[in-house]
Structures are given as structure tokens and as C-alpha cells.
Design a protein around this ligand. Structure first.
Ligand code: GLA
Length: 386
């Protein structure tokens, strides 16, 4: 057992007066390519980060859910399962409680739990701290109750917790990434049927690195902007007579945009989603062909599309991308939902130190809060760890 697991167990025992039945962990993610495509039934390509949420958990039989987080000041929060109701909670506790609610709503008999959590996933950084929190709780309860739910089903239940209980209209990418990613691989996911392929992604072997630059600009997807983009995409699909924008082939994009006529905003949203799906497919082909360096410009095109067409970037994210490219990066783009959060930079290993310094000093010159920069290596998905 690792030192962190032992610490989580000890703290659980202090809080609840007995050893936990087990310890589970679920990671945050970065998305390599495929942004704002998941609620359009499209393609995404995330990989898991080594940063994770760890949960020590025991069952209860009295209909009570007790929650505690090492990362939030405060006492144990006690909730009655039969009182859990969608959008009744605006605190962090809504995520784990929402998972219990979603499991029960789906007919699984959860009779209560004691949960102690601790996280190394930065919050509000576009790295899926919420999905990691949901997935770790879902996996722990699935294991303890012997539910045997497939990972994709767990991801769907976690998404339902987030959409309905928390009230954030997000897609399925983050929960699936946390539940299904494998070390050394990026996950090529078709969000329509959750079919997936693990794509080997070992940058170090090719003398490359992927940096994550957390701009420290906090974002939240329960706010209106994310939902407005989603509604705009749904409007586009309806106007074009398809179930989802995924159904517009890249070859048919120009014709589709012509049909949308003067619906200027919808035109921009549709153009982003259709070209972004195509970019995911291009990245998959390039990686398959061993042309890893050539994905750089595709990532950068993705950023331009998110900035100009989808309009979810912000000055800090644009500064990371512009500075990285001027300093010799192979490609860079914002990752995650946007409106703040993180960017990724693909670079030669030899350029990492210069890039890091140059981005930091660009932030100082612009009088922005200093960014947090770290290297991302594809890590494992959710698992029992103790
Ligand atoms: C957030 C959401 C995801 C996805 C991304 C954008 O991370 O949780 O479902 O829509 O934004 O790609």
C-alpha cells in the first residue's frame, strides 16, 4: 500500500471510528483533441493524468451518506439518502451525493456509505476534477455492492449525476476518460456508442513532451456559456435535420453551412464541431502512421477553431498558445471546456525548459496570475488501490 493510501485509511478511521472497507482512485484527464464534440455524438481523444481523487469508503445500512474531504475545510457532512434531490446542493458534496442518487435512481440498492476523499486534481483547471470525484465514488460503490457495472455504464451514471443532480449540462468524455483510460495510451472514443480504441501514446520515446499549462483562470460548466454552446449545436442539428452534428460528414460541411444561411452563430458552432471531429480522425491516422510530430499543427488548428468559431478561449489561453508557437512548440491548444482552465503544448524535449520560462515571463509581462506548468504522461484509469 502506498503512503497516500495509508494516510487516507488513517484519516477515515479517525473520522468514522473504523477502518474503511477499501480505497479507490480515479484520475483527472487532459484531452488531446476533440473539444465540444462529445455532446454532439462526436469523437474525442483524452488521456488520464497521474493526478487523482482517492476515496476511502465503507458501506452503511441505515440510509445515511457521510462525506468528508481533506481538501475542503469543514466537518463530516451527513445526508439522508431518501432526501437526495436534484439541484438541492451547490457544494462539492453534490458530486458524490449525485452519484449515489443516480445509482439508486437506476435501481441499484445503495443503503448508505461513509466516504473520505482527497484529491490531487487541480479544481476549476479544465482537468476533470469533478468527473474524477464522481467516478471514484461510483467505482467504490459498484465494487462494495458487487454491482458488476461495466465501466461505460458507470461513466453514464456519473454523467447523469452531473447533468441532473449537479445541473451541469456536460458530455460523456470526462467520466469515460477517468473510468476507461489506460497507462501509455490515449483513448479514441466515439461518444455516440462509447466504442473505444486505446491508442499508444509514448511521447518520451520520440523525444517529445506534452506540457499542461494551467492558466489558474477558474471556470465552471454549470454557468450559462457552456449550456448556450450546447443549445446552439442542438439548434444546428435540428436546422440540418440530423440527430446530432456528428452526422454531418466533413465532405458535406460547405453544403451544410450554405443551408444554414444567415444563422451566423450556428454556422460558427457547426463549423467547429464538424472540423473538430475531422481533426480527431486526422490525429488518430497520424499517430497510427507514426507521424507524431505532424499532429502539432492539427492541435493548433483546433485552438483557432475554439477561439474564433466556438468562442470559448480567453486571453490567458491564447497567450499560452501564441507564446508556445513563437518559442518553437510543435502545436498548442486549449484543452477541456474553456473559459479558463488549461492549455496543452506539444514540444521537443529539448525545448521544454525554454518554453516553460518564456510562458511564465509572458504571464508576468501581461500581469496575469502565474500559470502552473507540468508534464502530462498518460496514466491509469480508475481502480481499487487498497
Ligand atoms: C467539459 C465537459 C466535457 C466536454 C468538454 C469540452 O470538460 O465536461 O463533457 O464537453 O468540456 O470538450
Amino acid at each position: 500500500m502506498g503512503a497516500q493510501q495509508a494516510q487516507v485509511r488513517d484519516r477515515f478511521a479517525e473520522l468514522y471510528g473504523a477502518e474503511p472497507e477499501g480505497v479507490w482512485a480515479a484520475p483527472g484527464r487532459v484531452n488531446l483533441i476533440g473539444e465540444h464534440t462529445d455532446y454532439n455524438d462526436g469523437f474525442v481523444m483524452p488521456f488520464a493524468l497521474p493526478h487523482r481523487v482517492t476515496a476511502a469508503v465503507s458501506r452503511r445500512t441505515d440510509g445515511i451518506l457521510r462525506l468528508h474531504s481533506a481538501d475542503v475545510d469543514g466537518d463530516v457532512v451527513e445526508l439522508r439518502l431518501d432526501a437526495l434531490a436534484p439541484q438541492s446542493d451547490t457544494h462539492w458534496t453534490a458530486y458524490p451525493a449525485g452519484v449515489v442518487w443516480a445509482l439508486r435512481e437506476a435501481g441499484h440498492e445503495i443503503t448508505g456509505a461513509d466516504i473520505h476523499l482527497t484529491s490531487t486534481v487541480p479544481t476549476g483547471a479544465g482537468l476533470s476534477s469533478s468527473a474524477a470525484l464522481e467516478v471514484v465514488v461510483a467505482l467504490a460503490l459498484d465494487d462494495l455492492h458487487g454491482l458488476g457495472l461495466p465501466r461505460r455504464r458507470l461513466a453514464r451514471l456519473c454523467q447523469r449525476a452531473e447533468n441532473v443532480y449537479v445541473g451541469a449540462p456536460t458530455g460523456i468524455m470526462d467520466q469515460t476518460a477517468s473510468a476507461c483510460c489506460e497507462p501509455g495510451h490515449a483513448l479514441f472514443l466515439d461518444t455516440r456508442d462509447l466504442s473505444q480504441r486505446q491508442i499508444p501514446f509514448d511521447l518520451a520515446a520520440e523525444g517529445l513532451r506534452l506540457l499542461v499549462v494551467d492558466t489558474q483562470v477558474k471556470h465552471a460548466h454549470s454557468g450559462g456559456e457552456y449550456g448556450r454552446r450546447r443549445a446552439g449545436c442542438e439548434k444546428g442539428a435540428a436546422l440540418l435535420g440530423v440527430d446530432a452534428l456528428r452526422d454531418i460528414a466533413y465532405a458535406d460541411l460547405d453544403a451544410a453551412l450554405t443551408r444554414l444561411g444567415d444563422e451566423e452563430e450556428v454556422v460558427r458552432l457547426v463549423r467547429h464541431v464538424v472540423t473538430e471531429n475531422h481533426r480527431v480522425e486526422r490525429v488518430v491516422s497520424l499517430l497510427h502512421a507514426g507521424e507524431t510530430r505532424a499532429i502539432g499543427p492539427v492541435l493548433t488548428e483546433g485552438h483557432a477553431s475554439l477561439r474564433d468559431d466556438f468562442r470559448v478561449s480567453c486571453p490567458q489561453l491564447d497567450l499560452v498558445v501564441d507564446t508556445a508557437l513563437e518559442t518553437g512548440a510543435l502545436g498548442a491548444r486549449m484543452t477541456g471546456g474553456g473559459f479558463g482552465g488549461s492549455a496543452i503544448v506539444l514540444t521537443e524535449t529539448t525545448t521544454v525548459a525554454t518554453l516553460t520560462k518564456t510562458i511564465e515571463s509572458a504571464f508576468t509581462t501581461a500581469a496575469f496570475t502565474p500559470p502552473r506548468i507540468f508534464e502530462a504522461v498518460p496514466a491509469a484509469g480508475a481502480a481499487r488501490v487498497g
